[in-house]
Design a protein around this ligand. Sequence first.
Ligand code: IMP
Length: 433
Amino acid sequence: MVIGAQWGDEGKGKITDLLSRSADLVVRYQGGVNAGHTIVVDGRVLKLHLIPSGILYGDTLCLIGAGTVVDPKVLIAELDMLLENNIDTSGLKLASNAHVTMPYHRLLDKALEHDRGLRRIGTTGRGIGPTYADKSERSGIRVLDLLDPHGLADQLQPVIRQKNDLLQTLYGLEPLDPESVIKEYIAYGQRLAPHVVDGTRTIHTAAQNRKNLLFEGAQGTLLDLDHGTYPYVTSSNPVAGGACIGAGVGPTMIDRVIGVAKAYTTRVGEGPFPSELQGDLNHHLTDRGGEFGTTTGRRRRCGWFDGVIGRYAVQVNGIDCLAITKLDVLDELAEIKVCIAYELDGEVIHDFPIDARQFARCQPIFKTLPGWQMDTSTCRALEDLPANALDYLSELADLLQASIAMVSLGPERDQTILVEDPIHGPKRGLLSH
Ligand code: IMP
């Protein structure tokens, strides 16, 4: 399983893409089109929001699992984009019980954010929160509903009536036309029908046939609805445990958890971020690291690597080994800081405080390390790395008490150092003392 150990955008797409090579089935288990993977293959830049990047390997099945929320319009656009690039999409499977993002979810997401004013979350505006809210409230529309035109019309009429009430009276917005929404979604159902499966059965059939399964988390640990920096979180569970619920597997089925963390930290949207940088250094990392959202194009906030949240991520996910990405982005810096602890109301703390108000008061305590000021993007083995870069990686492994199995030094597949086999390697590896 691959999960994000920070606030999302850790470079999971590239790591999943590399590991998908040996996977027979890749499963996405939560989130929706708020996620975005940018994958570079032979110089071609492909942006995916919902479809696991495993689709690029012709014989890998990719399942969008029950715990995801699916915006069919975006999914179809993604399928079209892949087809235009001559990529076979027949391996894409869509769990029939995944929930569907409807136009009123997108409108309500934006209206709610607007209403929150200064307390806004900074959502992606893709309707994620309202889709999950309807799922919990049991008025959601599922993929299987799109396949039954008459049933869909009956189901949607009262829901749209109620949503229109909200949109008009509470937010002063134009109502939706129920007939055109129903027609639009019936057409989506027809287009997606060949991909729809019983997701749980697909997973367990693969497992019984001793196939390799790869679970792909979207967003990151600190955006987890239960374990993240609530309320500045997404509405699903990106942590490793989310895969059990979202895919329909028991914890005993997960052999290995690979945590992906950037060599520094980024965050999009609002919420506390203790190791955040201001000024020139922030801009340097944003520009050098291309830190602009795949989904919204927003500039990501940048900061130093945060060992406190990293350690927390290792704990709540049960991370076996780490993939550290974008090390090359730090190449030019003369010195690099790492947040090793926080100061909270005059006390030094080493553990992540779950209360967002306390977290907002945390001041970072940094350790300063010398930079390496050398191009690492062409390094292909640990021995090629400058000594200071190796020391930096050791520092991260020590802080997080986890071994580093992979180091990524650029967007291309081959810009990667494989320190140890992330799937079969030892659980405590070379870089952890
Ligand atoms: P939502 O998921 O659109 O509701 O947004 C909630 C929070 O999660 C906001 O701060 C978003 O910026 C953040 N978020 C959602 N998806 C991603 C992602 O894929 N990467 C980084 N941040 C994300």
